[in-house]
Write a protein that binds this ligand. Sequence first.
Ligand code: GAF
Length: 396
Amino acid sequence: MKKQTLHNIVTTFKTQFASEPTDMFFSPGRVNLIGEHTDYNGGHVFPITLTLGTYGVAKRRDDQLVRLYSVNFPELGVISFAVDDFSKMPAHNWVNFIKGVLKALADLGYVIDQGFELVIEGDIPIASGLSSSASLELLIGVVIQKLFGLKIPRLQLVMAGHQAENDFIGVKTGLMDQFSVGFGAPNTAIFLDTNTLGYRLVPVILRNFEIIIMNTNKPRSLVTSKYNERVNETQQALTALQTELPIKSLGDIDAVTFEAHQQLIKDSTLLKRARHAVSENQRTIEAVKELTHGDLVAFGALLNASHASLRDDYDVTGIELDTLVTAAQAFPGVLGARMTGAGFGGCAIALVPQQSRSRFQEQVGARFHEVLGYDASFFAVQIGPGAQWIGAVKTL
Ligand code: GAF
């Protein structure tokens, strides 16, 4: 935990609200190792939670007012609203995620009839595919739980975040991000079956390799419409397959069954989208096996295959991500690289020999600059805990 950030937001809280916060919270970002665009298709995902995330300090109020301030958006100042005001205000930016979760919790029957004050500060690059939004959604979940003494099962907090994203914000995402932020644990990845919600924590042992996140620094424009388009396309492909197969999702079939029935999907674009969803699900299951057996070479090859499928069949990469991934894959000793998250900009990951970190960044960074004319950024992954109450402010 970053003590400096906590000290900073406690001080900001005192300045903005002229009182002391009582409790401190942290909620991480996530990076998905493999299993991309499978979570709304009933497939598997394999994310890890980062030590980067969103910090918050909060205090309950005696009236019904909610007052919020983000160090990342000082230009918005303090935003206030009644705790039962669920109106979406586009100009309020990050606050809509909070309102969405408050509404979802109210829909679940949790009565929150008192307000609170909250200051947050995040160190996840925003709109970079590292789930700054799920981080915020789960942060407010743990804040509410603690401040109002509510016993909310973790899965309900996850569902509330998911509902906020889907119904309030309007991106028809799967459950991966909120689930990962809610259930993440240090040094492990979450192997989640989005069909059953069964999951297993898998130790991430990379020996003398490390995962480097490569940020294109390209804000993900049009991500909502393009993302929802992919959701729609895979649903149409599923409907075509269901005319002969008794399946509920694309995650229910393997590659062999898919090939045997693919002629049911007449449209060539829909066929490619479905092929990605089915093959990526298989790769994810394989990748977890390989990582568990310690075969990092095979694991890395699956990362490469995942990127190719996201580029060629799912069409969610683009020149920025492809440039980074191609340069990373060509770097001596790198075992694999792929885009991560929704795509259309954002971040990629690479499995890099530890001793090559700085040369890797220099070389891949130089290639990116040469092609795109601006800089990418790089950082090594550390796998941290899920969303949590850190403690009372007086213990800081
Ligand atoms: C975004 C979504 F929020 C996730 O649910 C997932 O679909 C991901 O894109 C792509 O794998 O992060």
